[in-house]
Design a protein around this ligand. Structure first.
Ligand code: ADP
Ligand code: MG
Length: 479
């Protein structure tokens, strides 16, 4: 296909790796860089393949500078890197049966020009192409974010059902616009893509476009600069379905809002579907013109809540299955579902780190490994009180070294410290009794239950003990 000489991309990547290795922690290097595969080197552009979108985002978010300077040192000033992202899609199952099904690998190219200060995905601005035909519009939809792998739960039932209904009859349901809102990492973008993809399956004749609000705004600014606003509006008017993600980024951007207002009206009049996502409900979102806000409320607003434990466990199993792991100890799934409660993206991050560690270091996936990875990679959001923290506070209070807690010592003092830790773990975390037991010196759930009861009883009969508990409680609450 291509007659250009193929340079030795493996050697180039190896050199980059050795530079990167000298500059970051070994563990991080192993986790994030070893799984990357060099793919090609053409015209000073090194293409590397990451195992998933998450890797790409993580590297972009955390190691962009170091990658950039490594590439520059090896390829010279105009060296560039291009990512290819492996998207594994398995559309059929939510829960893993034994064995791994056919995993169809698709790749998605994201071009990154390392000369830019900030990393930018080079999304084509199709409206500036001359002679644009309707069919040429790329939907910008990510095939990996579909309905099949969007786990349903109480937390997302309404939004999901509305989205699914729209995909059956775009534009003609009363859900126009569909306004999806939630905190970060709870599935708005995923659901928005899923609706677009499902619409394309049901109605291949329709032109669907996904755009995030930032891109929309940049396109608008670019169009205004080049005096092409008409082309810009005209392009959007050619679409049958518009999905605009994270509209809160248009807050305070009056001109962009104005042009969106016109596009919105056109869509609504023509019964074409609009899907909007935001971090807040139309009633709470700030920095928008009233006329837009009132239009946001014309259709259906649906929120996505943090998933309950059962849904979290389903999501974890689903994600593991999609990553090729069909059997994982239940206790690890249970552990993960208890430790990460507010953000599904973090569940994904933890799973990828665990998979990377277990495959690279040939470690078994155990609760211990899961714990290490979570401590390392997942920030504790929403000020949760973790069992580790509880254990530390209790041990500090009683002046007992923490390793005693994990020992099998039956000394009275130690037993009591262990019991108090269990009691607070039950009070402040949503770990199961079995999980608490595992993390307090490998005790079983009956021991934990007994501990909690003992503490409750003693609290009533022993005044001094009650004061101690109150003091510990205060520390935990104020953390
Ligand atoms: P948001 O747009 O609300 O910030 P995303 O749609 O980006 O959140 O979701 C974050 C991550 O969690 C994505 O990788 C997504 O695939 C995953 N995710 C969210 N909700 C679900 C769900 N119900 N089932 C499976 N994965 C989900
Ligand atoms: Mg999003």
């Amino acid at each position: 296909m291509n007659n250009e000489p193929v340079q030795d991309y493996t050697a180039v990547w190896d050199k980059c790796l050795s530079i990167i290795k000298d500059n970051i922690e070994e563990n991080s290097f192993n986790t994030w860089f070893l799984p990357i595969k060099p793919i090609s080197l053409k015209n000073n552009v090194l293409t590397i393949q990451t195992p998933s979108l998450y890797y790409y985002e993580w590297i972009e978010g955390n190691y962009w500078q170091i990658l950039k300077s490594a590439i520059r040192r090896v390829l010279g000033k105009d060296g560039k890197v291009e990512y290819q992202i492996l998207v594994t899609s398995d559309n059929t199952m939510v829960l893993p049966p034994s064995g791994v099904g056919n995993i169809e690998a698709q790749t998605k190219n994201i071009n990154i020009n390392i000369d830019e200060n900030t990393s930018q995905k080079e999304i084509p601005n199709p409206f500036v192409l001359p002679g644009l035909k309707k069919l040429n519009i790329q939907s910008q939809l990510n095939k990996a974010l579909n309905f099949d792998n969007f786990v349903e739960g109480e937390c997302n039932r309404l939004a999901r059902a509305a989205g699914y209904a729209i995909a059956q009859n775009p534009g003609t349901t009363t859900f126009n616009p569909l306004f999806l809102y939630s905190g970060v990492g709870l599935g708005k973008t995923h659901l928005a893509h899923a609706i677009g993809l499902q619409t394309k399956i049901n109605r291949p004749d329709l032109t669907v476009l996904y755009v995030d609000s930032d891109t929309f705004m940049q396109q608008y600014v670019e169009a205004a600069r080049g005096n092409n606003i008409n082309d810009f509006v005209h392009f959007y008017q050619m679409l049958d379905m518009l999905i605009i993600d994270d509209i809160q980024f248009l807050s305070g951007k009056e001109k962009t809002q104005e042009v969106f207002f016109h596009i919105f009206n056109y869509f609504h009049q023509k019964h074409r579907q609009i899907i909007i996502t935001a971090d807040k409900s139309p009633a709470e979102i700030l920095g928008f013109e009233q006329r837009l806000l009132s239009r946001f409320k014309w259709g259906l607003s649906a929120d996505l809540q943090p998933p309950d434990k059962e849904t979290r466990m389903k999501i974890i199993r689903n994600k593991l299955y999609n990553n090729g792991i069909s059997s994982i100890p239940d206790e690890v799934v249970e552990y993960l579902s208890c430790r990460i409660v507010t953000n599904i993206r973090e569940i994904e991050g933890a799973i990828i780190s665990i998979l990377a560690q277990s495959s690279l270091n040939k470690k078994q996936i155990t609760v211990e490994l899961a714990k290490q990875m979570i401590d390392k990679f997942v920030r504790n959001t929403a000020h949760e009180i973790s069992i580790d923290y509880i254990q530390k506070v209790v041990c500090d209070f009683y002046n007992v070294p923490i390793n005693e807690l994990f020992s099998s010592s039956r000394k009275r003092d130690i037993v009591q410290v262990r019991q108090v830790s269990m009691y607070f773990a039950k009070k402040y975390t949503d770990l199961s009794l079995a999980q608490i037991g595992i993390q307090c010196g490998k005790k079983d759930h009956a021991t934990v239950l007994h501990a909690c009861r003992t503490v409750e009883n003693l609290k009533v009969t022993d005044r001094k003990f009650k004061d101690e508990l109150d003091s510990i409680d205060k520390v935990l609450k104020n953390s």
